[in-house]
Write a protein that binds this ligand. Structure first.
Ligand code: UDP
Length: 476
C-alpha cells in the first residue's frame, strides 16, 4: 500500500499551480489526496484537465473539495487575501483533524504537505498525535520569506514603522532609505522593496501579525519545501537555514518534467480559459521581437494605469502580447473609450487576450521580454526560459522579487512605484533594443543554472529525491 499524503495549498492561482506541480512529481511514489476549496475545485474542473475521479483507476491522485466558509457571491480577489485565509483556517481545521484521525488502512494519512501560511497543520497533527509528519511548502521567493521572518528584527532595529509622506524634506520618510537589518540583503534592499503593507506605518498591521506568526510556525514542521534553486537564492537560503535547517529547494517546480522531457501526462492547472490564438499570432512574429505583458491572476489596475501602459507600449514601437484579465481593470467600459491611436497601434503591432498559456508563450521564440507584476511563478517561468523582465510589482512578495531581478540578478529593470507612459516606453525600448544584449547574456546564464539544478546531479533534482525518501521514512 503506497504511503498516503495530504496536500493542501492556499486557494489562489499561483500556490495551487505550484502545489499541483509538486503533486505531479510525488504522484509516482505516493497516494495523494489534494485538498482544495470548492471555489477552486469548480474552476479546475471547468478550465483544467483535472477530473473528479475518486482514484478508481488507482492513479494515486484524488482531489477533495472543502468549503472556504465565504458566501458564494464573495469575489475572492487578491485584496481579500486575509479574509479568505482566516475563513479557510476556521473551516478546514476540524476537517483536517477528522482526516488525520481516520484510521482505515487505505485512507490513513501518513504525511501532510501544506502551505506554511495556513500554519494549522502542525497544531492539528500534534493534537491528533498519531505520528503524522508535516512538511510546509511556501510558494513565494526565499528572499521574501526571509523578509517575513525578519519582521520582528525590522521592528527592533526601528526600520519599521515608517510613514510614506510625500514631502522629501522630511528626514526618514524617503522610500529610498536603505534597509540594513536583514542579513544577506543589506547591499540592495530599500524601504520601497519591502512588501507593500510595510508602508502602512502600523507595526500591528494584520499582515505583519500574520507573517510574524508564520515565522514561528514554519520552523516547527519536519521540513520546508521552497520553489527556488540554490544558484538563484543561495545567500538568502543560508540565512533561512539558520531558522529552518531542513529546507528542500525544488525549483523551478514547473520545469522538472520539461527537463526530463517526459511526456506531458501532466495536470493543466489554469483557473481561467487559455486563449491559444495568441500562440498562432506569435508564430507569425520575428524571433525575440515581442514583449509579453501580464500582471498575473490577482493584480488590479486603474483605468488611468491601463492607459499609461497602453500608450507606453504603443509609443515604444515594439510588438506586444498583452493579457488583460476581464476582471483586472477597475471601472467598466474602457474598451469603448479607447483612443484611436491606441487601436491603430495595437492592430499594427499588438495582440490582446483575456488569459494566455503563459509557459508556452514564454517558451516561444518570438518572445524577447516580459513586462510582469513579479509574481513568483511568473518570475521563475521567465528565468527558466531566459526571458529578461520589466517589473511592475503589485503586492506581497512582488516588491522584493522585482528588486532582486534588477539589483541582484541583473535580469531586467524594476519599474516599481512609477506608471507613466514615457517611463514605460523607455524601459520597453531599453529591454527590447538598447540593452538587449546585456540582458540576454545574464538571462541565458540564469536559464542555464535553472536547467542545471533540475538535471541529474543538480541541487533541485537531488532535493526532490531527498524529499521523497524523507516522506517515506517519516511514514514508516
Ligand atoms: N498565468 C497564465 N496565463 C496568464 C497569466 C498568468 O497561465 O495569462 C499563470 C502563470 O503562468 C503563473 C500564474 O498564472 O504560473 C501566476 O502566478 P504568479 O505567482 O506569477 O502570480 P499571481 O497570479 O499569484 O499574482
Amino acid at each position: 500500500m503506497a504511503t498516503h499524503i495530504l496536500m493542501f495549498p492556499i486557494p489562489l492561482q499561483g500556490p495551487v499551480k505550484s502545489m499541483l506541480k509538486l503533486a505531479e512529481l510525488l504522484r509516482p511514489h505516493f497516494q495523494i489526496t489534494f485538498l482544495v476549496t470548492e471555489h477552486i475545485h469548480r474552476r479546475l474542473l471547468r478550465h483544467s484537465n483535472i477530473s473528479d475521479d475518486d482514484d478508481s483507476d488507482g492513479a494515486g491522485f484524488r482531489i477533495r473539495a472543502i468549503p472556504d466558509g465565504l458566501p458564494e457571491e464573495h469575489p475572492r480577489g487578491g485584496d481579500d487575501f486575509l479574509e479568505i485565509l482566516e475563513s479557510l483556517k476556521k473551516t478546514s481545521r476540524p476537517l483536517l483533524r477528522e482526516m488525520l484521525i481516520c484510521s482505515s488502512s487505505r485512507k490513513k494519512i501518513s504525511c501532510v504537505v501544506a502551505d506554511g501560511i495556513l500554519g494549522l497543520s502542525c497544531h492539528v497533527a500534534e493534537e491528533v498525535g498519531n505520528g503524522v509528519g508535516v512538511f510546509h511548502v511556501r510558494t513565494i521567493s526565499a528572499a521574501c520569506l526571509w523578509v517575513f521572518f525578519c519582521l520582528p528584527r525590522l521592528i527592533r532595529s526601528r526600520d519599521l514603522p515608517f510613514h510614506v509622506i510625500f514631502n522629501f524634506f522630511l528626514l526618514g520618510d524617503d522610500l529610498d532609505t536603505p534597509i540594513k537589518s536583514i542579513p544577506g540583503m543589506e547591499s540592495y534592499l530599500r524601504r520601497r522593496d519591502l512588501p507593500e503593507f510595510c508602508r502602512s506605518g502600523d507595526i500591528n498591521h494584520p499582515m505583519i501579525e500574520l507573517y510574524k506568526k508564520e515565522g514561528s510556525e514554519n520552523p516547527r514542521a519536519h521540513g520546508l519545501i521552497l520553489n527556488t534553486f540554490e544558484e538563484l537564492e543561495g545567500p538568502i537560503l543560508s540565512e533561512l537555514r539558520k531558522v529552518c535547517p531542513n529546507i528542500y529547494t525544488l525549483g523551478p517546480l514547473h520545469a522538472h518534467l520539461k527537463v526530463k522531457q517526459m511526456s506531458p501526462d501532466t495536470f493543466s492547472n489554469s483557473l481561467w480559459q487559455e486563449d491559444q490564438t495568441c500562440v498562432t499570432w506569435l508564430d507569425a512574429q520575428p524571433p525575440k521581437s515581442v514583449i509579453y505583458v501580464s500582471f498575473g491572476s490577482l493584480a488590479l489596475i486603474t483605468h488611468q494605469q491601463l492607459m499609461e501602459f497602453w500608450y507606453g507600449l504603443v509609443n515604444s514601437e515594439q510588438r506586444f502580447l498583452w493579457v488583460i484579465r476581464p476582471d483586472s481593470v477597475i471601472g467598466k467600459d474602457w474598451e469603448d473609450r479607447l483612443p484611436i491611436e491606441l487601436s491603430k497601434g495595437t492592430k499594427e503591432r499588438g495582440y490582446i487576450v483575456d488569459w494566455a498559456p503563459q509557459e508556452e508563450v514564454l517558451a516561444h521564440s518570438a518572445i524577447g521580454g516580459f513586462l510582469t507584476h513579479s509574481g513568483w511563478n511568473s518570475t521563475l517561468e521567465s528565468i527558466y526560459e531566459g526571458v529578461p523582465m520589466i517589473c511592475w510589482p503589485y503586492f506581497l512578495d512582488q516588491q522584493v522579487n522585482s528588486r532582486l531581478v534588477e539589483a541582484e540578478w541583473k535580469l531586467g529593470l524594476d519599474m516599481k512605484d512609477t506608471c507613466d507612459r514615457s517611463t514605460i516606453e523607455n524601459m520597453v525600448r531599453d529591454l527590447m533594443d538598447v540593452r538587449k544584449e546585456e540582458f540576454a547574456l545574464r538571462a541565458k546564464h540564469m536559464e542555464n543554472s535553472a536547467k542545471a539544478s533540475l538535471s541529474d546531479g543538480g541541487t533541485s533534482h537531488a532535493n526532490l529525491e531527498r524529499l521523497i525518501n524523507d516522506i517515506k521514512f517519516k511514514a514508516r
